[in-house]
Design a protein around this ligand. Structure first.
Ligand code: GAP
Length: 449
């Protein structure tokens, strides 16, 4: 079995144009990442599949694309101004700050070996200093900004730390425009920003990332049933992009570790090379957000149901981080094997997420009749399957290796026989097997969504 390390994933991602460090030519900026052509296609495929499954194929879902910057009052009402913080400690020697729950603590013990409460020491991972005191401060993770030309308290706002906020503030708009029947959901895909104290593990903990979130509004008595349905449907989405249920572990989050708005949360964890960590989450947010926004804005955010009267619906929230899903997909796909006595590295992507669905080659690039026919096949396929790549560089073996490494499911070679009977060689990424396929059947074969 392939040992998949972060070094291997990060190196392939950079080398083959998936993900680059942000502001790289200036030495980088910790927690920010740029997507290259293949990473962008992979990311768009994941987002499009999610949107199709959870919004377009359903009749009970409403999509929104809200502004990233909202009124400060909205973040006060949601509890983020007061409570969206992580505990930090500062090293007395080098002044570097660390997340208090990430530092390595040296406990002081009494003579019976028991830990003395409040006597923790911690070691600075930057300069190695022994810090005597464990003084924790709360650090709010929202990025602050100013709206307009004055920089004072009244113009302060924040980059959103979760896309959910933009959904709740549009609840009334959706009710007024579409008159949906309960239960119904609102969905959004977009950027979120968190000034993480310690961004780490490639795109896993970034300061700028994307979320795909649903707020599914239900009657209070229905929340448990809806929670179970979303539990299954969320895993169904992961399976559809190649991440099997068996590789995901559910962690029931304890009340003290839950976010301030949640009465129940499951973290769906994945075994990343750096440990078992949260991939996505499912939370029961009660009627917390709509109630708080109603009280703070003075605008009624109730749902009117015949026979029942007016009430604030409760909410189930499946929340997916795009970057963590990309990382899980890359890790799941990363494979090393030997094919035809040659060692190779390839990405065994589910074709639905593969950034390139097929590559088209002329067998020889100095034979104009082969190149012309290959161009014809390529152009015709590209009309309906845009994620097609042309490659005529180097010999066929090298082209196969290059396509394997970026996870292209099939390679199509136009050779002399094509000119006679309009068939091509289709070579499968995983097995290396080749078969002859008629040009007229190619589109059907490579079309996956
Ligand atoms: N609206 C609920 C919410 O934001 P969360 O657990 O804080 O809950 C949801 O975040 C998901 O967003 C996480 O499961 C993770 O996939 C992703 N996420 C959170 N912080 C992240 C970060 N710093 N970098 C990358 N992804 C992150």
């Amino acid at each position: 079995m392939t040992e998949v390390t972060m070094e291997k994933i990060v190196s392939l991602a950079k080398r083959r144009g998936f993900i680059y460090p942000g502001s790289e030519i200036y030495g980088g900026l910790s927690g920010f990442w740029d997507y290259g052509p293949l990473g962008l296609e992979l990311k768009n495929n994941i987002k499009n599949l999610w949107w199709r499954m959870f919004v377009q194929e359903r009749d009970d879902m409403y999509g929104v694309d809200a502004a990233i910057i909202m009124q400060k009052k909205a973040w006060e009402a949601s509890g983020h101004v007061a409570g969206f913080s992580d505990p930090v400690v500062e090293c007395k020697k080098c002044k570097r700050r660390f997340r208090a729950d990430h530092v390595s603590i040296k406990y002081q013990k009494n003579e019976l070996g028991k830990i003395l409460a409040g006597k923790e020491k911690w070691v600075c991972e930057n300069c190695g200093a022994d810090n005597e005191k464990f003084e924790v401060r709360q650090f709010n993770m929202m990025f602050k900004t100013y709206v307009g030309p004055t920089e004072d308290e009244s113009s302060t706002s924040y980059l959103r730390p979760e896309t959910a906020g933009g959904i709740f503030v549009n609840f009334k708009n959706i009710i007024d425009s579409f008159h949906p029947k309960l239960p119904f959901g609102m969905a959004q895909i977009g950027k979120a920003f968190r000034n993480e104290i310690a961004p780490r593990d490639f795109v896993f903990r970034a300061r700028e990332f994307e979320q795909m979130e649903i707020e599914y509004f239900v009657r209070e008595k229905e929340w448990k049933e809806s929670f179970e349905i979303w539990r299954e449907q969320s895993l169904g989405f992961l399976k559809s992009i190649g991440v099997e249920k068996s590789s995901i572990h559910e962690l029931e989050v304890s009340p003290e570790d839950r976010a301030h708005y949640s009465k129940r949360t499951i973290d769906f964890e994945f075994d990343f090379p750096f440990g078992r960590k949260e991939l996505f989450g499912l939370a029961y947010r009660t009627d917390f957000d709509l109630s708080r926004h109603e009280a703070s804005s003075g605008v009624e955010l109730k749902y009117l149901e015949e026979g029942e009267g007016k009430f604030i619906p409760h909410v189930i929230e499946p929340s997916f981080g795009v970057e963590r899903i990309i990382l899980a997909v890359l890790q799941t796909a990363y494979t090393e094997d030997t094919l035809g006595k040659e060692a190779r590295t390839y990405l065994k992507f589910n074709p639905a997420v593969a950034p390139v669905k097929a590559a088209v080659f002329p067998l020889l690039k100095n034979k104009p009749e082969l190149v012309a026919k290959a161009r014809e096949v390529y152009t015709s396929l590209k009309k309906n399957v845009p994620q097609i790549m042309w490659d005529d560089n180097g010999n066929i073996g090298k082209r196969y290796r290059r396509q394997d490494e970026i996870g292209t499911p099939v390679c199509i070679t136009i050779d002399f026989q094509t000119l006679e009977d309009d068939t091509v060689t289709v070579r499968d990424r995983d097995t290396g097997k080749q078969e002859r396929v008629s040009v007229s059947e190619l589109e059907q074969q490579i079309k996956v969504n």
